[in-house]
Write a protein that binds this ligand. Sequence first.
Ligand SMILES: Cc1cc2nc3c(=O)[nH]c(=O)nc-3n(C[C@H](O)[C@H](O)[C@H](O)COP(=O)(O)OP(=O)(O)OC[C@H]3O[C@@H](n4cnc5c(N)ncnc54)[C@H](O)[C@@H]3O)c2cc1C
Length: 339
Amino acid sequence: MTEILRIDSIFEQFLLRGKRKKMRGFTYLSKVLHSHSSYSKLLVLCSVSTGGLLVYAESNVESGKQVVEQNQPESKKKRVVVLGTGWGGTSFLKDVDISSYDVQVVSPRNYFAFTPLLPSVTCGTVEARSIVEPVRNIIKKSSGEIQFWGAECLKIDPENRTVSCRSGINDNLAGHNDFSLQYDYLVVAVGAQVNTFNTPGVMEHCHFLKEVEDAQRIRRTVIDCFEKSVIPGLSEEERRTNLHFVIVGGGPTGVEFAAELHDYVYEDLVKIYPSVKDFVKITVIQSGDHILNTFDERISSFAEQKFQRDGIEVSTGCRVTSVSDHFINMKVKSTGKHV
Ligand SMILES: Cc1cc2nc3c(=O)[nH]c(=O)nc-3n(C[C@H](O)[C@H](O)[C@H](O)COP(=O)(O)OP(=O)(O)OC[C@H]3O[C@@H](n4cnc5c(N)ncnc54)[C@H](O)[C@@H]3O)c2cc1C
């Protein structure tokens, strides 16, 4: 089991955020698995905060593409296959005793990303390259050999103790993409998927903030919104619409992003786009009665007061019911009205 200890420094962050140079207190206790093999054959790593999700598709990898049995070295050591290079997988790799096991890692992501700093990447406070570490560097530091394969696991066959994998790397490159690996122990640390709560329009019209690519996309989009809003001939209403940033979710990620965006806009962007500075609006929509409602009440009310002073609008008790290209529909919980 992975244990993640969130030393919740949100309160501290608000105090320290003066110059948008914050580092979040984050302690990750990496006692993932001690190398005793008496545990189960299939290990599912779960994280406390978002919950790990075991995802394996029943897609038919065999059809149409060659399946290659990976040549695995003749060894008396037990074979461990690790799926995922996030917090769970990487912590496991740091602790596993490779003198006792042959370890292979499979993940479509050849780097580890320090997620607590993702909101800072959206606004350029921190560069993406500063929060990632190549997996090959991480495994190089271990005292023996760990092999990494840049691929996604598509299927687990527990009976034959085999995983079927597919490399997502450019199809134009020579060679097959599919291969399978045998294991004695399988560590599944593939994380969770983003959840739209089945809200129509979210997939098409919203940005998520889970991966490094998401943060980079948000950064580009914020700039695009400003560029579009200064184009000649737009109505005031159009400029306002383009510069209304709505964050759905008043949990730590939403609140941190709102704070980062606010600082980015008012410390940097208004100097670059002074003509539209009065049209900017940031809104946080939260279905609960308070933002950061899973935290101590003092943190929650501190954040709400800070947002009020900063002019960040907080709509609590509102549930987003659908999203279109220009509108967000919400249900106000107290009145039951749709707005
Ligand atoms: C913006 C943000 C801020 C956060 N801040 C904090 C914080 O301050 N404190 C805290 O405790 N938690 C925080 N979290 C939550 C924390 O990041 C997650 O709990 C943690 O990442 C979960 O770890 P994991 O190893 O289960 O999954 P992940 O870290 O998501 O890793 C999953 C890995 O599996 C790989 N993978 C996916 N599918 C497959 C497949 N089919 N085959 C092989 N590999 C696959 C992925 O590429 C990835 O490498 C934050 C999350 C976000 C998004």
